[in-house]
Design a protein around this ligand. Sequence first.
Ligand SMILES: Cc1cc2nc3c(=O)[nH]c(=O)nc-3n(C[C@H](O)[C@H](O)[C@H](O)COP(=O)(O)OP(=O)(O)OC[C@H]3O[C@@H](n4cnc5c(N)ncnc54)[C@H](O)[C@@H]3O)c2cc1C
Ligand code: SF4
Length: 335
Amino acid sequence: MGVLKVYACYNTDKDVRLSSSSGAVFSSLAENVLEQQGVVYGVAMSEDCYSAEFISITNKEQLTKLRGSKYLQAKVENTYRSVKEELMSGKLVLFSGTGCQVNGLKSFLGKEYENLICVDVICHGAPSPALWKKYAIYQEQTNGGKLKGINFRCKDDSWTDFGMKEICKSIPDDETKKLYISKDKDAYMQMFLRDYCLRPSCYECAAKKVKMSDLTIADFWGINDVAPDMNDGTGTSLVLIRTEKGKDVFEKISSSMKLKEVSYKDGVRGNPAEYKSCARPMQRNTFFDDMQNMSFEELKQKYAAPIKVSFITKVKRKAKIAIKKILRVIGGGRA
Ligand SMILES: Cc1cc2nc3c(=O)[nH]c(=O)nc-3n(C[C@H](O)[C@H](O)[C@H](O)COP(=O)(O)OP(=O)(O)OC[C@H]3O[C@@H](n4cnc5c(N)ncnc54)[C@H](O)[C@@H]3O)c2cc1C
Ligand code: SF4
């Protein structure tokens, strides 16, 4: 569907990649725009960690706020108006978000702007912000502290077997604790990955049919079947170039990337969220009523009970993680 080029790629700065969800293509795009005195719009967690919101940044130090996926629907508020003002003042603007947010911006603007670059993420759905807040408060109560930072895609185990890292300041002794919870054990992640808690529109996503971004970025799931030489375990991105502008922008950042061109078919084989909406599970019918009436602990028991994994699979997974860690230490990277 209207795609000019497809790449497997990753940012050659390993530290930036380790703190990004996939191959850190977003950081390269953002840095390039900031170097041209442009403005970058993207999603950050709020100060209290209870919500996600669009912010704009104008320097590289602020980029850490935008780095990394925040798996909940972000507040848009007056972002589209602010983008329009920057565009009209002649600034170069990079807007990054989900496909529906890019399409929303484009229809708000009502015309094309030469100085606007839009990048969307392949998105299988955005979880309810109310569920996130309920989870965040539950985590604070369970750990006796205040959340100070979240990484939804911590790569301490690996890029594919990721986990949540939560920074919590304990009360009253003010001690900083770092909690790591594997995605398989974290109740919020399980509700997200099982598609129980997505916005209603995500099950019939109109943005899958009409793509208005210049580039789309995503995880290159299934990279080992397509280009195993592009997988060092630290995160590989899939990039879909949709417009001539997207092609020019990507060319400008390609010197900061290791990349390989692939076919569209190979690129999206492991990522059906590019072209089709996820199925609405039966549990979605009761989930939101239960969310109003149940505690998070009760929701956890009902909707995030562990799926039984065989002993052999567990041993294989642990062995794989251990080998990857050893290889990273030998290769001089962070374990
Ligand atoms: C809700 C959601 C669902 C996703 N589903 C998939 C999927 O099914 N398959 C897949 O391959 N990839 C999915 N992604 C994208 C993936 O997680 C990475 O964000 C993407 O590959 C970019 O990674 P990166 O390493 O280049 O940059 P990173 O630095 O990791 O990503 C930062 C980018 O993500 C944007 N972003 C972060 N949180 C949000 C948010 N809540 N809403 C809108 N934009 C946000 C930022 O604005 C910025 O552009 C999803 C992302 C989100 C936010
Ligand atoms: S699945 Fe579609 S509607 Fe839902 S957040 Fe993603 S782009 Fe928007």
